[in-house]
Design a protein around this ligand. Structure first.
Ligand SMILES: [Zn+2]
Length: 241
C-alpha cells in the first residue's frame, strides 16, 4: 500500500512492507530508483509507521535529492517528450508537438513545457527551448531588478543587464557596472534569482567580497545564505543544459 506525507513543499510517498516478526523494528529504505519502502512488523499501526517516516523525513528527502541529482548527472539531457525541464524551481515535462506548418515556439501549459515545431529533430527542439528560456530570463530579470531596486536607497540608476550563459557562474558584475546574469538562473526558485540579482547589484557599490559587501547584502536580504545554499545544491542540475 502506498502512503504519502508532506515534507516542506515536497511529497514523500512510501510503501509499507509487512514483515512477519515481532522482533522486527520499523526500518526505512530508499532504493536507487527512488522508491521509499518501510518494513514494519505486522502489528505496527499506520499512525506509528507514519510517525516513523515523519521523524526521518529530512533524511529521506536528502536521499531522494541525491538520487535525482545522480540521475540528472548520468543521463544526458534529451529534447524529447517526457524529459524534465525546470522553470522557477518547478519541474515541467517537455511535450514535443510536431506540425510541418509550425515556425517553432515553446510555451508553458499546466505541468508541460510544450514545444511546437515543424519536426521533432532534437537539435531543433533544443534551440526552441533555449530561445524560450532566454526570453523568460530576460523578462523576469528585468522585472525583478526593477522591483528589488525600489528598496535599494543607494542605487541611483538601473544598471544595464546582460545575459550570458556560463558554465559555473550564475552572475557577475563588470567593473563598468554591467550586471551579467546566466539565463539558466531562470530555472531556479524565485528567491534564488533574487539572491543572485541582489548579490551582483551590491557589487556596484562594493567590488569585492569584503565585510562591507556582505553587510550590504544582508541588509537587503537577511536570509541570503539559505538561498545561496539551495542554489549551490541545484547548480549541477541547472547549469548543465
Ligand atoms: Zn560576488
Amino acid at each position: 500500500m502506498r502512503h504519502c506525507l508532506q515534507y516542506g513543499d515536497e511529497e514523500i510517498c512510501y510503501q509499507v512492507n509487512r514483515v512477519d516478526s515481532r522482533k522486527q523494528k520499523i526500518s526505512i529504505h530508499v532504493y536507487p530508483d527512488g522508491t521509499v519502502q518501510v518494513d514494519a512488523p505486522t502489528d505496527a499501526d499506520l499512525v506509528g509507521i507514519f510517525d516513523a517516516v515523519r521523524v526521518r523525513a529530512r533524511w529521506i528527502s536528502k536521499r531522494l535529492e541525491e538520487i535525482r541529482k545522480r540521475n540528472l548527472h548520468v543521463l544526458p539531457r534529451e529534447y524529447v517528450s517526457g524529459e524534465s525541464y525546470f522553470y522557477l524551481g518547478r519541474r515541467y515535462l517537455l511535450k514535443v508537438n510536431e506540425n510541418p506548418g509550425e515556425v517553432g515556439r515553446a510555451k508553458l501549459t499546466g505541468r508541460y513545457l510544450q514545444v511546437f515545431a515543424p519536426t521533432a529533430e532534437q537539435a531543433l527542439i533544443k534551440r526552441f527551448v533555449k530561445v524560450w528560456y532566454r526570453a523568460r530570463a530576460k523578462e523576469l530579470f528585468a522585472r525583478r531588478l526593477s522591483e528589488l531596486a525600489e528598496q535599494i536607497v543607494w542605487l541611483r540608476e538601473m544598471p544595464p543587464v546582460k545575459l550570458l550563459t556560463m558554465r559555473i557562474q550564475w552572475g557577475s558584475c563588470s567593473p563598468s557596472g554591467v550586471v551579467v546574469l546566466n539565463p539558466n538562473l531562470v530555472k531556479a526558485p524565485r528567491e534564488c534569482v533574487d539572491y543572485v540579482i541582489l548579490h551582483e547589484v551590491c557589487h556596484l557599490k562594493e567590488h569585492n567580497h569584503s565585510h562591507k559587501f556582505y553587510r550590504l547584502l544582508t541588509e537587503l536580504m537577511p536570509d541570503w545564505e539559505r538561498h545561496k545554499l539551495r542554489l549551490d545544491g541545484l547548480a549541477e542540475a541547472l547549469l548543465n543544459d
